[in-house]
Design a protein. Structure first.
Length: 305
């Protein structure tokens, strides 16, 4: 089954060029199927890029998925056309009475700030609280993972002396979990962040389970509430060229930009990236949709609590 996406969303044409089957809303309404409802709170500056990255991963399932995009009223995007936001995004206030089978909250370029200093912190706290009673399972990514762990469980974040940047091997801590069905013992994950949460803080909280980690990059995936919440410190959704784009962008404005680790062939930025994480990224999202959303959510979506 395809993804159901809003008519004229730019990701539709981009993904069709990759032979990924997507269906616009007009055609999907002709099918008598109860699709899974997934809402994405997209806090990233380049929203069209992030939309495409996430939709690409959500497409790898036989289930029909209806994707919605959420925005915050307390934050205005400066890097995405206003017309795009008006056409494809709805505010949290517009969506707060609705219920969803799954939710994804993206990262945001605000790591240098304390959580309470973020201009939209009060509203995002409302979203985090709302998700607990209106969503079956939620994925928190990068900064959102740190923010969710802090708000829900009091886990602090710590600044890093140098940006963690590259592709790092991760160890599966409990291969019996359905989220890791089909995984190898180790898998690769892109990281691009200036702060971290620490292993000892996760382990000291009885409500959290550290399910994947790395000797090189630390905590990578934390699970809570039996899979109703996942906190992912990296970016499994990244496209092959994303770190390259970041590296060249930052190198042009700062002199302290290190080469992304385990990324370029022969560690040479003039050569192509080594794509080592995409298979497990697709598997992770497929397992999440299947085992923690589809098999856990009620048929009557209004029964979610």
């Amino acid at each position: 089954m395809p993804l159901r996406l809003p008519d004229r969303l730019p990701a539709i044409d981009l993904l069709r060029q990759e032979n990924i089957f997507v269906m616009n809303t007009t055609r999907a309404h002709a099918q008598d199927i109860r699709p899974l409802r997934i809402v994405i709170l997209n806090l990233m500056p380049l929203k069209i890029t992030t939309e495409t990255d996430l939709i690409r991963l959500l497409s790898n399932t036989p289930l029909q998925i209806d994707v919605s995009f959420m925005k915050l009223q307390s934050h205005t995007s400066k890097n995405t056309p206003v017309e795009h936001m008006m056409m494809f995004y709805r505010s949290f206030e517009e969506l707060r009475k609705e219920k969803f089978d799954g939710m994804i909250v993206t990262g945001a370029p605000v790591e240098h700030l304390d959580f309470e200093e973020v201009s939209y912190w009060r509203e995002i706290v409302d979203v985090f609280q709302w998700a607990r009673t209106h969503v079956t399972s939620t994925l928190y990514i990068c900064w959102a993972a740190q923010a969710g762990l802090f708000f829900h469980y009091g886990v602090p974040k710590y600044p890093l002396s140098q940006k963690l940047f590259g592709i790092f091997p991760q160890k599966v801590n409990d291969a019996r979990l359905p989220i890791f069905r089909g995984f190898d013992d180790t898998f690769m994950m892109p990281q691009s962040r200036h702060s971290e949460v620490r292993r000892e803080d996760i382990l000291s909280c009885k409500d959290l389970q550290l399910i994947a980690e790395s000797e090189a990059s630390g905590v990578s995936i934390v699970m809570a509430r039996g899979g109703r919440e996942f906190f992912i410190t990296g970016h499994m959704e990244y496209a092959p060229n994303t770190l390259d784009t970041e590296y060249r962008r930052d190198r042009g404005v700062r002199d302290d930009v290190a080469l992304p680790i385990n990324y370029y062939h022969n560690d040479n930025p003039d050569e192509s990236p080594i794509v080592s994480w995409r298979a497990h990224a697709n598997l992770f999202y497929s397992n999440w949709i299947n085992y923690y959303v589809y098999q856990e959510t009620p048929y009557d979506i209004n029964s979610i609590s």
